[in-house]
Design a binder for this molecule. Structure first.
Ligand code: NAI
Length: 464
């Protein structure tokens, strides 16, 4: 039995970052992880593997659609699915091994196994009980069942995102339930690989919570790429038989019941906090009605010395939000001041084009009754984007009408997930749109579109 200043439960982006920061701050730290490899959902079955498949399938798309236009002639590459999965698995390995290296470098003990908390100050892993002055729960999330529907995920014909990253072959047809981030990222992958993809979504717009104008433009571009959408449809059941699955759904507009069939059904209707087996009930840790662990402003639960961060607490289920909370909780435990600015957490969808946002949407500002102005610039006016066949989309900046302070930004277009960060930094500094507009941006870069959108909040963009 060892004694630690901090034991972190879970080694996803929230947990491993918390452990590293604790160690950097001089705390004796261990991290409990039951998987064979470190990195949690994100590195093993989420963000990282899906990005590998998105990257590979995008290269194929480029070869098929744009190479000839650039004078690159010849047969398009054919898909070796087995090799693509190997590439994906190697990408996972190099990343998870990287965390293992960082643990060793920072002298963090990896306690292998599934952890529980028998009492405050103790963490049980296997038969061993370890003492910990502080515990950080970073146990993440799991796929949530389709609300009110009869759906069993078998990870063969009816898959979650985990199964969708390991299909034995590229399916001819796929139904995606839910037009959220997972459904559209993985739907895009298979659509580019030749699968006939139909997305069935309960709401009338894709990607709930996103700026309305971006939602519309995004759906239009995805349709152009071949994805089919059935909107306003509540899935009732999925029945697998043989190598097919049948989805029954009700159209909200007329209550009519419809069915659709595909080789694979991907269930992407959301995730829920995962806290099974930790013993939270017996500890008396307060939970929210949505099954999240309740925390105070310093990520401490209702039991002193036990903290929680990431997907298992309130807020967007995003790796980088968990990372920030992990660092902040470590600072608090070390007696410093930990802080997360929840108003400036970017969200990115890694389709092509990418979609990225930060801060408030136009809909939220209207609802608040806030006086705002909009600066918008299309990538059609961006030289680099036109040269790269990447001129679909736009940058939209929302700023306070009086003070010009940036309130939100929404980008659909090339490298949107990277471009958003200059706006995040500007927002952290309380910048006005004019501050971005007066900052010199290198030419020719996609980032000029951000500057032009900022100029559009003032006297107008140059190239439009
Ligand atoms: P989501 O919450 O983003 O989207 C789920 C969608 O399913 C919603 O549009 C909802 O209206 C729809 N839906 C629910 N029940 C339905 C039914 N019975 N019939 C038809 N449609 C139904 O959930 P998703 O995509 O599964 O992602 C889970 C979490 O993982 C999210 O919090 C997301 O932010 C996170 N994530 C983030 C990524 C990123 O940052 N790039 C990548 C992957 C996941």
């Amino acid at each position: 039995m060892a004694q630690y200043d901090v034991i972190v439960i879970g080694s996803g982006p929230g947990g491993y970052v918390a452990a590293i920061r604790c160690a950097q701050l001089g705390l004796k730290t261990a991290c409990v992880e039951g998987r064979e490899t470190l990195g949690g959902t994100c590195l093993n079955v989420g963000c990282i593997p899906s990005k590998a498949l998105l990257h590979a399938s995008h290269q194929l798309h480029e070869a098929e659609h744009n190479f000839a236009k650039m004078g690159l002639k010849g047969k398009s590459p054919s898909v070796d699915w087995k090799q693509m999965l190997t590439y994906k698995n190697e990408t996972i390995e190099v990343n998870t091994k990287g965390i293992e290296f960082l643990f060793k470098k920072n002298k963090i003990d990896w306690l292998k196994g599934w952890g529980s908390i028998p009492e405050a100050g103790k963490v049980k892993v296997g038969d061993e009980v370890h003492d910990a002055k502080n515990i950080i729960i970073a146990s993440g999330s799991e796929v949530s069942p389709v609300p009110g529907a009869d759906v069993t995920v078998d990870e063969k014909t009816v898959v979650s995102s985990t199964g969708a990253l390991e299909l034995p072959k590229i399916p001819k047809s796929m139904i995606v339930i839910g037009a959220g981030v997972i459904g559209l990222e993985l739907g895009s992958v298979y659509s580019r690989l030749g699968t006939d993809v139909q997305v069935i979504e309960y709401l009338d717009a894709i990607t709930p919570g996103m700026d309305g104008e971006v939602q519309k433009a995004f759906q239009k571009l995805l349709k152009k790429q071949g994805l089919k959408f059935t909107m306003g449809a509540a899935v009732q059941s999925v029945k697998a038989s043989g190598n097919k699955a049948t989805v029954t759904y009700k159209l909200r507009k007329d209550d009519s019941e419809q069915t659709a069939e595909a080789d694979i059904v991907l269930v992407a209707t959301g995730r829920r906090p995962y806290t099974d087996g930790l013993g939270l009930n017996a500890l008396g840790i307060e939970m929210t009605q949505r099954g999240q662990i309740k925390t105070d402003a310093e990520w401490q639960t209702s039991v002193k010395g036990i903290y929680a961060i990431g997907d298992c607490i309130d807020g967007p289920m995003l790796a980088h939000k968990a990372e920030d909370e992990g660092m902040a909780a470590a600072e608090v435990i070390a007696g410093k001041h930990g802080h997360v600015n929840y108003g400036v957490i970017p969200a990115v969808i890694y389709t092509h084009p990418e979609v990225a946002s930060v801060g408030q949407t136009e809909e939220q500002l209207k609802e608040e009754g806030r006086a705002y102005k909009t600066g918008k610039f299309s990538f059609m006016g961006n030289g680099r984007a036109k040269a790269n066949f990447a001129a679909d989309g736009f940058v939209k900046i929302l700023a306070d009408k009086e003070t010009d302070r940036i309130l939100g930004a929404h980008i659909i277009g090339p490298m949107a997930g990277d471009l958003i960060h200059e706006i995040c930094v500007a927002m952290e500094f309380g910048a006005a749109a004019e501050d971005l507009a007066l900052t010199c941006h290198a030419h020719p870069t996609y980032s000029e579109a951000v500057r032009e959108a900022a100029l559009a909040c003032g006297d107008g963009p140059i190239h439009m």
